[in-house]
Every structure is written in C-alpha cells, then in structure tokens.
Design a protein around this ligand. Structure first.
Ligand SMILES: NC(=O)c1ccc[n+]([C@@H]2O[C@H](COP(=O)([O-])OP(=O)(O)OC[C@H]3O[C@@H](n4cnc5c(N)ncnc54)[C@H](O)[C@@H]3O)[C@@H](O)[C@H]2O)c1
Length: 448
C-alpha cells in the first residue's frame, strides 16, 4: 500500500489488533480457527471481501482493479489476536470440537492456538438467555459492578495479548426480544439505569457500554437491538467510535436479498414467501425458546418490505404473505438446511413458484463476515468515523441506519455503497455505473 492512495487522515494501522468476542461459540471459534489456518497457509479465507475481493476505480476506459486490502489500509491477518467472554467456561479447542463445524484435520492444525483462547466469565442474566449450561458466570452482581469488570477485562486482555487497540464482536446467544424503554432513550437515562441496577439493562448493553468507555468499536452479529438505542448512539458519538449491527446476513436472508431485487427489477409480483429451516447447533437450541426466536423473526422478516416497497407498487407487492420458521433438529448440527417456497406472479397475474433448497453450513458462512467486519470497523475507527457505519449494511440482516435514513437491503446496492465508501476513503471517485463515462455528458443522438 503506498501512502499516495491513502487520503489524509486515513492512518495505516500498526501493532496488534485484539478481537474480543462476546460468546465463544461455533461462529467465533470457526472465525478464529480460519484466521489461524489462513495465516499458516493451510486454508483460504473464502467468503471474505477484505481478503479475496477487488474494487475497480478510475474511468471505465482506464479502469483499474486493486485488492480491497490494498486499496485501503486494513490490519493484517498476522496482527489479529483474540480474547473472549463466555458464560460457559470451555476453551476454544473444546468448543470447536463440540461444535463440529471444522473437521478433525483442520482443528488439529490449530489446536494449540484454539486451546489458548480461554473465555473470561461472561455476564449471565436468565431473563435474557435461558437455555445454556452456565458454569462461567461473572461474579459481579450489579450492573455497575459488571461494567467495571468488563472494563478491567478489556484492559487486561489487551495487555496480555500485546495489543494497543481492540474491537468487540458480539457473537453470543440470541437474547430474548425486549422492547426498548425510557432507560434507553438518552445516555443520561441509561447511565442512571446502570447506577440503579435497572433490569432493562441487558448483558449486551453492559458489554457495549463498557467496551465503548474503553475505546472499542462494537459489532453486533446477533439480533438484539443494543446498537439501535439512542443512548448507545449518543455514547458512540461522544467516544468517537464506530459501531454496527444487527444480525449477520449469512444464508437464507442473503439469498432473499438477492432474489427479491430480481423480482422487483422485472416487475414480477409476489404473493407469498415461506422460509423454513432446520439446524441442530447450540444457536438452534437457544432459538427454540419462542422469545429468543422472536428477536430473530424481527430481523429476518423486515428485509422484503424495504426492497419491494409495497406502497410504491401495491399491485405487485401490496398483499404478500411472508413467514419465517426456524426448527431445532439436533442431528443436523451446524449443517443447516433451508427451504424457501416463493409464490410469484407474472403477466396478467399468472402464478409461478420458485423453490430454493440451501444446504449450507451456518458458521462457515458467518466466519468471513466476522473477519471483514472486524477489519472494516478498525479501519473506520482509524479514519475517525463514528456512530452507525451504514456502508457496512452489506453484512447485516437488519442493518442499523442513522435516524431518518431508509434501510437498504438489496445485497448489490449494499456492495456498491461499501466499495464506493472505500474508493472515496482512498481518494478515488465513486463508481456509479451509469455508463456516462462512455458518452461524455450526453447519450449519443443521431444528427438526422
Ligand atoms: N451462524 C450464522 O450464520 C449466524 C448468522 C447470524 C447470526 N448468528 C448469531 O450469532 C450468535 C452465535 O452463533 P453460534 O452458532 O456461535 O452460537 P453458539 O451457541 O455456538 O455460541 C454462542 C455462545 O454465546 C455464549 N453466551 C450466551 N450468552 C452470553 C453472555 N451473556 N455473555 C457471554 N457469552 C454468552 C454461549 O455460552 C455460547 O458459547 C447467535 O446469536 C446467532 O443467532 C449466527
């Protein structure tokens, strides 16, 4: 990376970057193991835009391409170091073996690395997550004591890992759905609620609050609404820290946000979309609790309306039935199988059907998203960008957007926005793909 394509203020990262995950489960251990195997040359980071992707820049006739990691200054994989909290005390190796995402050969190749990742006690509150064999709960009792403990953990982990900066990644079990209330409306009210040990302060909120006080950007890979809260947004601004969420867009929703824009592009109508899937990992076990599932349901069902815009196209999308189901089915483990039945309509309203059967691997899809988000969030902090990083909507099922902005869920519009943000940060012009570069300012018109 030469300094010439780095905009002033876009600092090149140096030193170790601590990735602190909240929850040391299937997703986080698959992510960590994948980073280690990649740096040993034993696997390729497939699915990661930062490691495999390119971005074009310049005019179409002199268009060039660069690897994204060369276009903007991102931390190197060799500089990533890992720490975690979990309410279950298993080390990374035990979790990876139990989760059975990676095969024995891959786990053996990074066994020492995984074994060294021992989670610090996590914040357990059965009002938010129930279905877990908890044996490593933080001893602190009140919300204020828990904040102090998480802050101390961050300082100690950074010291132990030799890192001077850290990013927090939330990959813990899905919390039950709770409506935000008065305590979340402003930072002052939120801080008072912490001091009063108010039960509406969830474990996630304690982690994010403590993390931001310690200068950590925050990524919410799960459906809880912590990043949406006005109090947290105020804090991010005050601390000048970037953040983003919510819920990684890994499998079924990723497909949905590819197919729905295609129907809309062709002005094909939608009568119904039924999505169901089976999975048997611990995430599936937690989601078996209807209140935890409701959090997921909210992030999974929101995408279609924003893409299809039923108000604008009532004849096509004014009355579709959208249903999402997740079924815990133990034999399947992490190898989730998803089915989508899509009822569309064409010319004169004639009905047609599309069936999608996605035999995926949940954590294999989620791991590269974790890596990209960590590197981009660190990049955003180094740029001085703060608050919700809308340009990272590409990675989320229900992307957080600043107040007054409309959520964008079309995967390819999200990708264009992401790459344009990087182009501009690198001092290049955004690419619109209008094609006007070929014609000058006007389309060619016949003289006759
Ligand atoms: N795999 C995917 O494709 C995908 C996609 C989107 C979102 N997610 C979300 O990512 C999260 C992690 O998924 P997973 O498959 O790794 O689940 P997992 O059950 O394997 O891991 C979650 C871990 O979080 C721990 N935990 C629970 N509450 C905690 C707390 N308060 N503090 C610290 N640790 C806590 C659990 O003990 C467990 O080890 C889930 O919420 C899931 O819904 C996963």
């Amino acid at each position: 990376m030469t300094e010439s394509n780095v905009k002033s203020g876009c600092k090149k990262p140096s030193g170790k970057l601590a990735v602190l995950t909240i929850g040391l489960g299937a997703v986080s251990t698959t992510f960590m193991a994948g980073v280690e195997l990649s740096r040993k040359g034993l696997g390729k980071p497939i699915g990661s835009l930062t490691q495999m992707g390119t971005a074009a820049f310049g005019k179409n006739d002199v268009c060039q391409k660069k690897m994204i990691k060369e276009l903007v200054p991102l931390a190197d994989l060799n500089d990533l170091v890992f720490g975690a909290w979990d309410v279950v005390g298993e080390d990374g190796l035990t979790v990876a073996r139990r989760s059975a995402v990676l095969n024995d050969r891959d786990i053996a190749a990074c066994a020492d690395f995984l074994k060294a990742i021992k989670p610090r006690p996590g914040i357990h509150d059965p009002a938010y997550v129930r279905e877990l064999p908890v044996d490593n709960a933080m001893k602190a009792q009140t919300a204020a004591e828990k904040v102090a403990q998480v802050r101390q953990d961050i300082r100690e982990m950074k010291k132990e890992l030799g890192a001077d900066r850290a990013v927090m990644l939330f990959t813990a079990s899905t919390e039950k759905y709770h409506k935000p209330g008065k305590a979340h409306e402003s930072l002052a009210a939120f801080e008072k609620a912490i001091a009063d040990n108010d039960p509406s302060i969830s474990p996630t909120m304690i982690y994010i609050y403590a993390g931001m006080l310690e200068g950590c950007p925050f990524i919410n890979g799960t459906p809880n609404y912590s990043v949406d809260l006005p109090a947290i947004q105020e804090l991010a601004k005050k601390q000048c820290l970037p953040m983003g969420g919510k819920d990684l867009k890994s499998g079924q929703t990723m497909m949905k946000t590819v197919l729905a824009p295609a129907f809309k592009a062709r002005m094909l109508g939608l009568r119904g979309w039924f999505s169901t899937n089976i999975l048997g990992n611990r995430d599936g076990e937690v989601l078996n609790d209807p209140e935890a599932f409701h959090s997921k349901e909210v992030t999974k069902t929101g995408v279609l309306d924003t893409i299809l815009d039923p108000n604008e196209y009532p004849d096509l999308y004014g009355d579709y039935h959208h249903m999402v189901r997740i079924n815990y089915y133990r034999p399947r483990g992490d190898e989730k199988e998803g089915w989508d039945n899509i009822d569309i309509m064409g010319w004169l309203g004639y009905p047609m059907q599309i069936k999608v059967n996605f035999l995926c691997r949940d954590s294999i899809l989620a791991a590269p998203l974790c890596l990209d988000l960590v590197l981009f969030m660190d990049f955003a902090r180094n740029q001085g960008w703060h608050g919700i990083q809308e340009w990272l909507s590409f990675y989320f099922k229900s992307p957080n957007v600043p107040a007054g902005h409309v959520q964008e869920n079309d995967l390819f519009i999200q990708l264009t926005r992401l790459k344009n943000t990087l182009r501009v940060a690198a001092g290049e012009a955004p690419i619109t793909r209008l094609g006007l570069e070929y014609y000058g300012d006007d389309l060619p018109v016949c003289d006759k």
